[in-house]
Ligand binder design. Structure first.
Ligand code: C2E
Ligand code: MG
Ligand code: MG
Ligand code: MG
Length: 288
């Protein structure tokens, strides 16, 4: 009996593995053509200054709409793009789109906001990274100080010396650097002072646990104090409730990003969102 069960279990896993492999292969070959087939799109999620309530930045997030498989989330396709080395060309395209969209919102008449683009660890290995960033800035005409690149702890810790050199070169161009998902990685705090970082993004998991978990609150408070001590700005990601927003504001966090404010949306929608937000700010609601 046990033997039989074992065999069935094995068959089950074998079938599942096969299905997984087939799906993986399908995604791999589809992803190779996604860019040229126009299946990729950049969405943008606004960030709000917690003191002034103004929209001060947006994060660019890649979306893949496959004609048959539908919407495939970045957690699924970004790792594949990394494995296949496709992330370098996809990443460059993302940077181009983001900078061009940012310029078009400026021409539309909106105040300047910071554009944050995610950089994957594999892009750090590209010899053309610095030249690519420079070329994109020149082509779009976006001021370097309006661009920020979000990197993860893993990207810098894999080869700290190489990373430090690249980060300094990026910083020297006038482009900002944010450490993403902070608190989930290697947790070596000392590296923060060795890299020219401008922003720390507190990971969503801490924000999520904030209301039930005193330890999460202690970590959030610690990250804010540490980052401010090192003259870095603090952004909290994944804000979903007013309680979370209030906590972060009263504990000195600088900016908030999350569904509470706005989900990631296409370029035109975020432009309209920013315009509406601005109008509401100027509306004499308390006058009367
Ligand atoms: P990330 O850079 O940490 O981006 C934040 C993620 O949190 C986004 O997921 C965003 O949609 C989600 N999010 C924001 N606010 C909330 C909230 O209030 N609640 C919840 N539950 N989620 C929220 P998304 O767009 O699925 O992206 C996932 C990850 O994929 C990103 O995490 C980033 O690591 C990667 N990624 C996305 N676009 C790109 C890209 O263009 N290049 C690279 N290299 N990676 C990207
Ligand atoms: Mg990010
Ligand atoms: Mg993040
Ligand atoms: Mg995250």
């Amino acid at each position: 009996r046990a033997k039989e069960r074992g065999r069935n279990t094995f068959r089950f896993y074998a079938a599942k593995m096969n299905a997984q492999n087939t799906e993986q292969l399908m995604l791999e070959s589809a992803l190779r053509h996604a860019l040229e087939r126009g299946e990729l799109e950049m969405h943008y999620q606004p960030k709000m200054d917690l003191q002034t309530q103004r929209i001060v930045g947006v994060e660019a997030l890649m979306r893949w709409h496959h004609p048959i498989l539908g919407m495939i989330p970045p957690v699924q396709f970004i790792p594949i793009a990394e494995e296949l080395g496709l992330i370098v060309s996809l990443g460059k395209w993302a940077l181009e789109r983001a900078c061009a969209d940012s310029r078009s919102w400026q021409k539309f008449g909106l105040p300047k906001v910071l554009m944050s683009v995610n950089l994957s660890p594999r892009q750090f290995e590209s010899r053309t990274l610095i030249a690519d960033i420079q070329a994109v800035l020149e082509a779009s005409g976006l001021e370097p100080s309006l661009l920020e690149l979000e990197i993860t702890e893993g990207a810098v810790m894999a080869n700290p010396e190489h990373a430090a050199k690249l980060l300094r070169a990026i910083r020297d161009m006038g482009v900002g650097l944010a450490i993403d998902d902070f608190g989930t990685g290697y947790s070596s705090l000392s590296y923060l002072k060795h890299f020219p970082l401008s922003t720390v993004k507190i990971d969503r998991s801490f924000i999520n646990d904030l209301s039930q978990d005193a330890d999460a609150r202690a970590l959030i408070d610690g990250i804010i104090t540490l980052a401010h001590g090192l003259r870095m700005k603090v952004v909290a990601e994944g804000i979903e409730t007013t309680a979370q927003l209030d906590y972060l504001r009263s504990h000195g966090c600088d900016e908030a990003q999350g569904y509470w404010l706005c989900k990631p949306v296409p370029a035109d929608e975020v432009r309209n969102f920013m315009a509406r937000h601005l109008r509401n700010q100027f509306a004499p609601s308390e006058a009367a």
